[in-house]
Design a protein. Structure first.
Length: 107
């Protein structure tokens, strides 16, 4: 027959297990909430970009996109990826010779 001290120790162990379960549950809820918040921020950022792009395109309808210049930066200079440039009818950027060769010394 367990003694009173053994019963108390068993109760403490059960409560510690329960506490660990509750802490894990809390951590999972916090992680889910953080992920949802980040998803919402990304959605807002994407929407902002879409609206800004739509606005710029509507204002630029009377001019060529190749001459679009906002704040001193030309769109053709801003776009560096070939597939992005193709969306606007720009030619791919010439490949730089430094990216074609590996000049890293071998030790």
């Amino acid at each position: 027959m367990p003694t009173a001290l053994q019963k108390i120790e068993a109760s403490i162990e059960e409560q510690q297990k329960r506490l660990a379960q509750l802490k894990a549950k809390k951590q999972a809820i916090e992680a889910r909430d953080k992920a949802a918040e980040q998803k919402e921020k990304r959605a807002i950022d994407t929407r902002r970009k879409i609206l800004l792009g739509s606005f710029v395109l509507s204002r630029a309808s009377t001019i060529s996109l190749s001459s679009l210049n906002i704040g001193g930066a030309a769109l053709s200079d801003y776009l560096t990826r070939d597939d992005d440039r193709a969306l606007f009818g720009f030619e791919p950027l010439p490949k730089s010779s430094s990216s074609l060769t590996n000049d890293t010394p071998v030790s």
